[in-house]
Write a protein that binds this ligand. Structure first.
Ligand SMILES: NC(=O)c1ccc[n+]([C@@H]2O[C@H](COP(=O)([O-])OP(=O)(O)OC[C@H]3O[C@@H](n4cnc5c(N)ncnc54)[C@H](O)[C@@H]3O)[C@@H](O)[C@H]2O)c1
Ligand SMILES: [Fe+2]
Length: 379
């Protein structure tokens, strides 16, 4: 018999979770026999004091290491190249990424180039990376993109005004050390937008056409955790209960969406980064309630369940309303125009968005004019 549908669950990354787990960084490096390590981070994360304890553990473990702290937010093809060249110069055999999605994606792709040669442009798309990347131990400091777990990397191509997506089980971090303590210093606005990114991953995965019971259990748990803990984590960064719940949400949401894909919010967020330089978390947060409102008639039961998980009524419209409120509570402005987006960018962004594979799994069928209308509604 030919199966009509096959649900595959696959996570190549080994995930360790717990307060203080970042300090075990030497263990996975020893497991893969690493000797020469490039620590990939950015200046904000380094200034927050998050790299120094990692360096201590590397020294204690007898590793030769260097710190590359030149990662920029929303890194581009050129920045990955620079990081890769630094790794090659020091003859690195492994990477430790300490930071948000920007540092982690930079390290994942530099490690991919170290093992495969070429440039990022050779690997754009699905399953284009022939050999496994050099080992990456990812220590996220935001909660978060899930870049430490997912098989996706997002790299900007400023020439084409695009954010390129590389999707391959060979271009992932081998280990993720999920340590809520590492997010303690994350500033309120970064906490808000990266937390909303997690919530969007969970909601889009839960309602999308590829969802199935196992991914839905995970996504729903992530919606509950993020929906209930985000406000507290933004209000008081030292609230470790809230920080821990947010990081749990990242793990559950990432396990889910890695196996389902996402939806219109992510299809539309990448062009906002490419054309208008809106940070990923900001883009997804502003778009989410508009896309939910567009989708809810196609999946009313699923959106009603989302509403309940967010702590409001079991009702699709109430879910939309709750997300508008949540954005307001955590300090995200409701309009894209407040983040520098102008109407003249809508045609180009819409043409890019409609080509995303995420449109195909969105619960409501979506055409070019729908995407344009959604950008206008959020403008
Ligand atoms: N690979 C994926 O699956 C995936 C998914 C979504 C987004 N992304 C990409 O991830 C990038 C965004 O990552 P991000 O949102 O995590 O932000 P980021 O890595 O760009 O970091 C944002 C800022 O926060 C600061 N920061 C981070 N953690 C901190 C901490 N604990 N204390 C103090 N400062 C801290 C950094 O210094 C930086 O200035 C984008 O390039 C986006 O496209 C990737
Ligand atoms: Fe995202």
């Amino acid at each position: 018999m030919t199966p009509t549908r096959v649900d595959v669950f696959r996570i190549p990354t080994r995930i360790s979770f717990g307060r203080g787990v970042a300090l075990t960084v030497a263990t996975p490096l020893q497991q893969v026999g690493a000797k020469r390590v490039l620590v990939v981070t950015d200046k904000g994360v380094r200034d927050a004091g998050l790299v120094q304890p990692i360096e201590e553990r590397l020294r204690e473990g007898g590793f030769t290491y260097e710190v590359y702290d030149e990662v920029v937010p929303d890194p581009g093809v050129g920045e990955v190249q620079r990081c890769y060249e630094r790794a090659r110069e020091m003859r690195a055999d492994a990477f430790v990424a300490v930071g948000g999605g920007s540092a982690i994606d930079t390290a994942k792709m530099a490690a991919t180039l170290l093992a495969n040669g070429g440039t990022v442009l050779d690997y754009v798309g699905i399953d284009k990376v022939p050999k496994p990347a050099a080992p990456v131990v990812a220590v996220p400091t935001t909660a978060g993109t899930g870049a430490e777990i997912t098989i996706n990397s997002v790299i900007a191509d400023p020439e084409q005004h695009k954010k390129l997506v590389i999707i391959s089980p060979n271009a992932t971090a081998l280990f993720a050390l999920e340590d809520p303590e590492m997010t303690r210093t994350c500033p309120p606005f970064i906490t808000a937008i990266t937390g909303m990114d997690t919530l969007v991953h969970a909601i889009e995965s839960f309602v999308c056409k590829n969802a199935y019971p196992m991914t839905q259990v995970l996504a729903l748990e992530a919606i509950r955790d993020a929906g209930q803990a985000l406000g507290a984590a933004v209000k008081d960064g030292a609230d470790m209960e809230a920080r821990e719940r947010m990081m749990r949400a990242v793990v559950s949401a990432s396990l889910a969406f890695s196996n389902t894909r996402l939806g219109n919010v992510h299809a539309m967020a990448l062009p906002l980064g490419g054309w208008c330089h809106v940070a990923h978390g900001t883009a997804v947060a502003v778009l989410l309630p508009h896309v939910m409102d567009f989708n809810r008639t196609a999946a009313p039961e699923a959106y009603a369940t989302v509403g309940e998980a967010l702590g409001t009524k079991k009702d699709a419209q109430a879910a939309v309303k709750r997300v508008f409120q949540l954005n307001n509570e955590v300090g995200i402005k409701p309009k894209l125009s407040e983040y520098g987006v102008t109407e003249d960018a809508i045609p180009s962004m819409s043409k890019d968005a409609i080509q995303s594979g995420n449109i195909l799994v969105n619960p409501r069928e979506t055409k070019l004019e729908d995407i344009e209308a959604l950008y206008r509604a959020a403008l």
